[in-house]
Design a protein around this ligand. Structure first.
Ligand code: NZQ
Ligand code: ZN
Length: 388
């Protein structure tokens, strides 16, 4: 096992009716900016619950509506202006990964001393201290509610970049699985695949003897293979919703990545597909992951075979045959969920994409991705071409 440090300060309130706890969790004299997306919270009752919980706070809650999927830098700069001009001192994200990530950016930008907050992403600058914030999660998928990372998009330059740091853990996050009943099919599919791929990024590398982390990871994968198809069939089943929501949080709250090699190349490549074509984050992962596993087969075959045995019950054949079957099972699982795994399923404009991403990664100096830092920009080009 590799050396590691582990600290996760985010308090989780999980279960029915927990949104009401906002009344006591947010300081009574805080000047709160509540941030949300396009308005799903107004139709599913979450907005009313939040407002009721904060009705006795000293200052009226200021609202910022309109953080879009793949949160846009220009939109966030408008929210930053409100924070600065209205003396906001507490941020409350009510939404999915996009609203939470946007809020994390604002938490950092609000205290940033430089003139150009984009530098937080372009350099990137690690955030040691941010403005206090919390979340009410409405869409299980990203794990953003219990981690300290964020990804921000800039349409003007077609960029999608990550940021983070120990100052960007939410103070607390409220996870009421009842919010799941109103999530559209497309977002449920996305959430399952995003969480599943988060685990694979931290698990499908090479054996390092971290038996417990492997079994943590496998338990999340196995649970997702059971509850994923079930939640799609019946999003209002509370018991299944609980399992699904907790899987998504546990998949990316830092626990399973400790002491083991991490990959994340699928995410780095996937972000470019969102930046270029606006493809949903999780779908970019479904496009890239199976091809990346195929391309890096030699590096990953031991863990692929273990994954195949323990998650998909592949018990026959050589190590290579089991590993190959595991990739095929993964692709089949994505298809079973109703998600396509080829770039050409999403856009017809893909011809120059691989070349473009190769050049971009070269310019950024991203010379070696993956758990062995051996995926060069030229390899990225080949992986993207395989996904056409
Ligand atoms: O905007 P509203 O109206 O709220 O609608 C949203 C949005 O259209 C809707 N939605 C959310 N909760 C709902 C609901 N609709 C009905 N009922 C509910 N309860 O769902 C749509 C998508 O929301 P979004 O927040 O964009 O989805 P997701 O949670 O998948 O977040 C994706 C973003 O997170 C980033 C992605 O790159 C992407 O930008 N990620 C963040 C990570 C992190 N911070 O750790 C890790 C991930 O790998 C990922 O990169
Ligand atoms: Zn993801």
């Amino acid at each position: 096992m590799l050396n590691f440090e582990f600290k996760n300060p985010t308090k989780i309130l999980f279960g029915k009716g927990q949104i009401a706890a906002l009344a006591t969790l947010i300081p009574a004299d805080a000047k709160v900016l509540m941030l949300y997306g396009g308005g799903s919270i107004k139709t599913n009752g979450v907005y009313d619950q939040v407002m009721a919980a904060l009705s006795n706070h000293k200052h009226k809650v200021v609202e910022f509506r309109g953080i879009e999927a793949n949160p846009e830098y220009d939109t966030l700069m408008k929210a930053l202006n409100i924070i600065k001009t209205q003396d906001i001192d507490f941020l409350l994200a009510v939404g999915g990964g996009s609203v939470i990530d946007g809020t994390k950016f604002l938490s950092s930008a609000a205290l940033y001393q430089g003139n150009n907050p984009w530098e937080i992403l372009s350099k990137p600058i690690r955030t040691e201290i941010g403005m206090p914030f919390a979340t009410v999660l409405t869409l299980p998928a990203t794990g953003a509610e219990m981690n300290s990372g964020a990804v921000i998009t800039r349409a003007a330059t077609k960029e999608k970049l990550g940021m983070g740091g120990p100052g960007l853990f939410p103070q607390f996050s409220i996870l009421d699985p009842q919010v799941i009943h109103s999530i559209p099919l497309r977002q449920l599919q996305n959430g399952i695949i995003d969480a599943y791929t988060h685990v694979l990024e931290q698990y499908l590398t090479y054996p390092i003897g971290a038996l417990l982390q492997d079994r943590f990871a496998e338990s999340i994968l196995k649970t997702l293979t059971e509850v994923g198809p079930a939640i799609i069939k019946d999003p209002s089943n509370y018991d299944i919703a609980c399992e699904y929501m907790w899987c998504c949080t546990m998949a990316l709250n830092g626990l399973i990545q400790k002491g083991v090699p991490n990959d994340w190349a699928t995410h780095m490549i996937g972000h470019e597909l969102t930046a270029q074509f606006g493809i949903d984050h999780a779908r970019t992962l479904a496009i890239v992951a199976p091809h990346l596993y195929q391309y890096k087969f030699e590096n990953k075959k031991e863990k692929l075979a273990q994954y195949g045995e323990r998650i998909w019950n592949i018990t026959h054949g050589t190590l290579e045959e089991k590993a190959q079957a595991a990739i095929e099972k993964t692709t089949a699982f994505f298809h079973e969920l109703g998600v396509e795994t080829k770039l050409s399923d999403y856009t017809k404009e893909y011809a120059h994409t691989a070349q473009f991403i190769e050049e971009r990664f070269t310019q950024r100096g991203w010379k070696g991705l993956g758990e062995k830092k051996d995926i060069t920009p030229a390899d990225v080009k080949k992986i993207v071409e395989m996904s056409y």
